[in-house]
Design a protein around this ligand. Structure first.
Ligand code: CP
Length: 333
């Protein structure tokens, strides 16, 4: 089997809006196939042979555990060599070099740059700048300020897709997003991706000061995606197919103002499991604090650890698509 005609080939991955349904379905199928192939030593050797001629730079100037490690391991699964900068104090930016010059320098050495930054729009700006140079390489946005985290949204879609595989898929589902929605880039990117699914209902549950921002609500209105707001998670639990919890993003506070908020109504308490549908799921992009009772972890409907692991496989399939080895993987079917 090869990639069907009409399914796109990614170059830069900058924002969730760039994805269409055929490409999302393709990436989900490819991710499942990669997981299957990787179950045997022979399959792993095959995957590792595909991109041993490629090099990827992991440029993470904002803290990360999951995104960094899952990208690094996704690279290694496909045989890609990696280099990294995680602390700008170890880069010549410390000596006053602009990030534009620093990234152009990286592009001389590698075939792709995966970047996490606290600067909104920097990944887009970098991609535009590199496109004008003699060696444009793909830029992958691995989280940009309060703005977007498109590869997280792709792994979230994969987790939803797998969870609802035998229930008609993501179409028609009700997804509750809870917590710091104003500054949570994961919920923003996932909401943008909902343009690709039919009859999805989004319920935003946040304290008024952390409500989903208007630009995203306007996007949903334009796409006729049903959304509503609520101020207490408990009331919403019985009617949600997926509950997507998020933590307080107080690293964006000016003076610790959000730490004063009472988050009781935005916490998944243990007793909520009784009201949660038997086939509903609880997700979290992680890291978490206290917004999910630890005892929930033992319930099969809590999928956040699986979700984190799906990140590695989804990112492997993104790399496979960008570097055009997805057809070779599909041919193993
Ligand atoms: N979900 C997520 O982006 O986690 P990290 O910050 O650990 O990469």
């Amino acid at each position: 089997m090869t990639r069907q005609s009409g399914i796109g080939r990614l170059f830069h991955v900058l924002r969730a809006q760039q994805f269409d349904r055929p490409l999302l379905d393709h990436l989900c199928d490819l991710t499942t196939l990669i997981r299957k192939v990787a179950k045997t030593r022979e399959g792993l050797n095959f995957l590792r042979s595909l991109l041993s001629h490629k090099r990827v730079m992991l440029y993470f100037t904002q803290p990360s555990t999951r995104t960094f490690l899952s990208f690094e391991n996704a690279c290694h699964i496909l045989g890609v060599q990696t280099s990294e900068i995680r602390n700008p104090a170890t880069s010549s930016e410390y000596k006053g070099e602009s990030s534009e010059d620093a990234i152009r320098t990286f592009s001389s050495y590698v075939d792709m740059i995966v970047m996490r930054t606290n600067v909104e729009g920097l990944a887009d700006q970098t991609a535009r700048h590199l496109d004008e140079t003699e060696r444009p390489v793909p830029i992958i946005n691995a989280g940009s300020g309060r703005d977007q985290h498109p590869t997280q949204a792709l792994l979230d879609i994969y987790t939803l897709h797998r969870s609802f595989e035998h229930r008609g898929g993501i179409d028609g589902k009700t997804i509750a997003m809870v917590g710091d929605l104003a500054r949570g880039r994961t919920v923003r990117s996932l909401s943008y991706l909902m343009k690709n699914y039919r009859d999805v209902k989004l319920i935003f549950i946040a304290p008024p000061s952390l409500a989903m921002r208007d630009d995203l609500k306007q996007f949903l209105d334009k796409r006729q995606i049903d959304w509503s707001e609520h101020d207490n998670l408990e009331d919403v639990v019985p009617r949600a197919d997926a509950i997507y919890m998020t933590r307080l993003q107080d690293e964006h506070d000016v003076a610790g103002e959000s730490r004063q908020l009472d988050l009781t109504n935005f916490t998944f308490h243990y007793r909520f499991l009784e009201r949660l549908g038997p086939e509903a799921i609880v997700m979290h992009p992680m890291p978490r604090r206290d917004e999910i009772d630890r005892r929930v972890d033992g319930d099969p409907r809590a999928v956040y650890w699986r979700q984190a692991r799906n990140g590695m496989w989804t990112r492997t399939s993104i790399l496979a698509n960008i570097f055009a080895v997805d057809d070779a993987i599909l041919e193993r079917l």
